[in-house]
Design a protein around this ligand. Structure first.
Ligand code: AMP
Length: 224
């Protein structure tokens, strides 16, 4: 049975970390629009050139472009058994477009998991966040540092360097939070009205405990 999950939450709420775990455990594709955009930027594609300024300045990429990219991705064969969306939808029009895409195919979402974290905690996490360029593993210099400074310790990464995202700088973080409250929070309300929102405290429990709660929700949705 397919399982279609949306992971909601502000920047630094732990969406990427948790989505990676769900993806590994259930073999569902992890679709992160942020990762897709960063890959375009790194590869210098036309899309990469169009979106670079938005991403680096912490602004949202225009809905039409994001929706086009997501529609293409969801049409791929590996999405037939479901997926976990991380960072999409991030605005009301995007949520409506996802609904439209799903109903066009006679599909529906199973759950929208909302990781709830305070603004102060999100700022602290993003300032200390480092990401592996190779495997995408996310570290926190305070709570989950790499064994060796600046180097990923995942087997198979061969000492890949960790990077500090351009948009994880204090001024840009504040901007992203403002946008989250103004533009993305209405998406949370959208799924609440549909009876799909399940919130999880993303701050006062360990990543393992959060992962267990997510697994409970996912298994209720039919994947095991
Ligand atoms: P993330 O890795 O999810 O924090 O996304 C990084 C950046 O990519 C965001 O700050 C936006 O500039 C852009 N982005 C990612 N997803 C979306 C989206 N659904 N809508 C608009 N912009 C997005």
């Amino acid at each position: 049975m397919a399982c279609r999950i949306v992971l909601l939450g502000g920047p630094g709420a732990g969406k990427g970390t948790q989505a990676r775990r769900v993806s590994k455990k259930y073999g569902l594709p992890h679709i992160s629009t942020g990762d897709i955009f960063r890959a375009h930027s790194e590869n210098g594609t036309e899309i990469g050139k169009k979106i670079e300024d938005y991403v680096n300045n912490g602004q949202l990429v225009p809905d039409s472009l994001v929706c086009e990219i997501v529609a293409d991705r969801l049409a791929k064969d590996d999405c037939k058994g479901g997926y976990i969306l991380d960072g999409f939808p991030r605005s009301f029009p995007q949520a409506e477009e996802l609904d439209r895409l799903l109903s066009e195919r006679g599909e529906s979402l199973d759950v929208a998991i909302d990781l709830v974290v305070s603004d102060d905690e999100m700022v602290a996490r993003l300032s200390a966040r480092r990401t592996c360029h190779e495997c995408g593993k996310i570290y926190n210099l305070n709570s989950n540092p790499p064994k060796q400074e600046g180097i990923c310790d995942e087997p198979g990464c061969n000492g890949a360097e960790l990077t500090h995202r351009e948009d994880d700088r204090e001024e840009t973080i504040r901007k992203r939070l403002k946008i989250y409250h103004a533009t993305t929070e209405p998406v949370v309300a959208f799924y609440e009205r549909k009876g799909l929102r399940q919130s999880i405290d993303g701050e006062n429990q360990s990543p393992d405990d959060i992962a267990s709660k997510i697994e409970e929700l996912v298994s209720v949705s039919g994947v095991s």
